[in-house]
Structures are given as C-alpha cells and as structure tokens.
Design a protein around this ligand. Structure first.
Ligand code: GLA
Length: 370
C-alpha cells in the first residue's frame, strides 16, 4: 500500500472502529498540452502525477471523515465542503440506477489543494472506483470518468470538461494520455523523461483562483457562441478558413482552440519520435496562444514561462484552466535547480508571492490498493 492509502486505512479504523472493506486511490494530473479544448470536443494530453487522494471505505453509517482536515461530515446533504465531491459521485451512481447502499469512508491525500492539479477529480475518481468495487457495480473506467464529470457538473456545479476525470482514472505510469474528448477514445503515449535527461518542473503560483470559475464559464460560453455563429456543433470542427467568419472575442477564443487542437496532435507525433525540441516548442506556442488569444494567463504564469526559457527549458506553459494555479516546464535534469532558483528571484523582483515547486514523473491512474 502507498503511504496515503495506509493513512486512509488507519484513519478509517480509528474513526469507525473496524477495518475498511477496501482502499483505493487516484492521482491529480498536469496537462502537457491541449488547454481549453476538452469542452470544445477537441484533444488533450494530460499525465497523472505521483500525488494521490486515497479512500478507505466500508458499509455503515459513520459518515465521511477527512484525515487531512480531521473532520467528519454526514454522507447526506450538499454543504459546500470537500465532502460534496464524494457525495456527488454516490449521487450520480444512484441517479444512473445503481444500487448504492449506505457507506462510510475515510480520506487522506497529498495532492496540493486548489492549485489546479485536479485534487477534485482525484477525490471523485478514488470514490468512484471504491464504490464501484464495494457495491460490485462493474462499471467501466471510461464510464466512471463520465459519471464523475456529471457529478461535478450537475451536483457540485462546476462546468468542467472531461479531461481531469479521464486523466485520474485512465492514465498509466510512464505515459501521457491522448484523449479525443468527442469520441472519448483514449490512448497512452509513452513518456520516458529520464531517458531523455529531462525533468518536469511544476510551478505552483499559489494564486487564489477565486475568479477562475467566472472566467472559465465565460470562455466556455464564448466558444459555444462561436460554434453557433459558424453553424457547427463544436469548435473541434472549425477550420482555419472558418476563422475569417468570426470577429472579436469569438475570433480570439476560436483561434486558440483551432490551433491548440493541431498542436496536441503534432506534440504526440513529436513524442513518438522522441523529438523533445519540437515538443517543447509547441508548449511555448501553446502558452503564447493562451496568453494572447484565450487570455487566461497571469503575470506569475508568464514570469515562470519566460524565466524557464531563459534558463534552458525546452518548453514551458501554464497547465489547467489558467487564472493562477500551475505552470510546467520541461527542463534538462542538470538545470532544474537553476530554473527554480531563477524563478524564485524573478518572482521576488516582480513583487509576486513566493511560488512552490514540484517535480513529477508520469504516474499511475486510479487503483484499488492490494
Ligand atoms: C480545468 C477543467 C478541465 C479543462 C481545463 C482547461 O482543469 O477542469 O476540464 O477544461 O480546465 O484545459
């Protein structure tokens, strides 16, 4: 068992006085490329990170316990807390006609919260896998991911796309996951950074993302309007020529989406050829497009990307929704300290809050613990 899984199991026993029936865990994610494309029916390329949320679960009525917050909540009603995520999953399962009996659960995790590394998808995915096993529902992983997205959209009330839940449930260790967000086909793309002498440096800007929801929903709505103007279902189907028929914000947002979809496919080709120079170049172009056309970057994210570039990163970009949160860089292993130190200095010089740094390797998706 992983450390987080052990912690959840111990918390369960301490809290509910018996051994859990089973333990599961699911990871957070970073997205390598393909931003704001999922809700446009496009392509994304996330990979799971080696930070997870674990759940220990059994039948019973002891409620939901978080070891990290040291608090118990009723399984019952929505209350705006962390417990809404596991509740939402049970709700979506029952809504689909599955037999969901009373359960009690303990959670423990090490995914940084609220920083854009998808701690919410991780808790949903872990809960979905655990309840599926506990009640013998036998739901396929892809369907669990769709169920988790519906839980988040309809119960929690965040209009997110499918990327984070897919990444948490379907990623494999040592690989990124190419997802076609329209057909929901997904393929692992091997990603051996160590063999290429590279590390994935993540910069958490620690910028509160209070406005993110408004900005996010706004961008979504503009994309839908642009598709309507073009007479197509989703911007996935828009071509470069179509852009001539758009103007203003619709044009800017669509320009990003159309070019970003092409970049994801080009990035996958580059990975297959072990061409990290090209892969990195596409990351930089993606960032510029998110900054200039999609307008979801911030001074912090831009400072990280530019500083990483000056200090030898092959590529860097914001990851996730933007508006704060995290950025990533592909950095030669020998230069990671140089990059993080230079970023710390640059943030201080610009009077920006001190960021946090992580290094991740592509990790396994959700699993039941042995
Ligand atoms: C958030 C959402 C995802 C996706 C990204 C942007 O992480 O949860 O569905 O839309 O933003 O690519």
């Amino acid at each position: 068992m992983r450390e987080t899984e052990q912690k959840a199991a111990q918390a369960y026993t301490k809290q509910f006085g018996s051994e859990p029936d089973l333990v599961a865990s699911a990871p957070g994610r970073i997205n390598l490329i393909g931003e704001h494309t999922d809700y446009n029916g496009g392509f994304v390329l996330p990979c799971a990170i080696d930070r997870r949320i674990a759940i220990a679960v059994g039948t019973g009525e002891g409620g939901l316990y978080s070891a990290d917050f040291d608090e118990t909540r009723e399984v019952g009603e929505k209350d705006g807390s962390w417990a809404d995520y596991p509740r939402s999953v049970a709700w979506a399962m029952a809504k689909d006609g599955n037999r969901v009996e009373p359960f009690e659960a303990a959670f423990a995790g090490d995914v940084p919260l609220g920083s854009g590394l998808s701690s919410s998808a991780a808790i949903e995915a872990a809960t979905a896998l655990a309840l599926d096993a506990l009640f013998g529902l036998d739901i396929e992983r892809k369907d669990l991911a769709v169920l988790c997205q519906r839980a988040e959209n309809d119960y929690v009330g965040v209009a997110s796309g499918i990327m984070d839940q897919y990444a948490s449930l379907l990623c494999e260790a040592g690989a990124a996951l190419l997802v076609d967000c329209r057909s929901l086909e997904a393929h692992s793309v091997p990603l051996d950074l160590a063999a290429a002498g590279l590390a994935l440096v993540v910069c958490d800007t620690r910028v509160e993302r209070g406005l993110a929801d408004t900005g996010y929903n706004d961008r979504r709505a503009t994309c839908e309007r642009a598709a309507q103007t073009l007479g197509i279902d989703e911007l996935r189907d828009a071509t470069d020529e179509d852009l001539n028929r758009l103007s203003g914000e619709e044009l800017e947002r669509a320009r990003h989406v159309v070019s970003e979809n092409a970049r994801v496919l080009a990035a996958v080709e580059a990975l297959k050829n072990n061409d990290f120079d090209e892969f990195g170049r596409l990351m930089y172009v993606s960032h510029a497009s998110l900054r200039d056309h999609y307008e979801v970057s911030t001074p912090e994210l831009d400072t990280f990307v530019e500083t990483a570039r000056e200090h030898g990163a092959k590529g860097a970009r914001l990851t996730g929704a933007g508006f704060g949160g995290c950025a990533i860089a592909l950095v030669p292993e020998s230069r990671t300290d140089e990059v993080t130190e230079a970023c710390r200095r640059a943030f201080a010089e610009h009077d920006l809050q001190e960021p946090a740094f992580y290094e991740f390797v592509p990790a396994a998706g959700a699993e039941l613990a042995e």
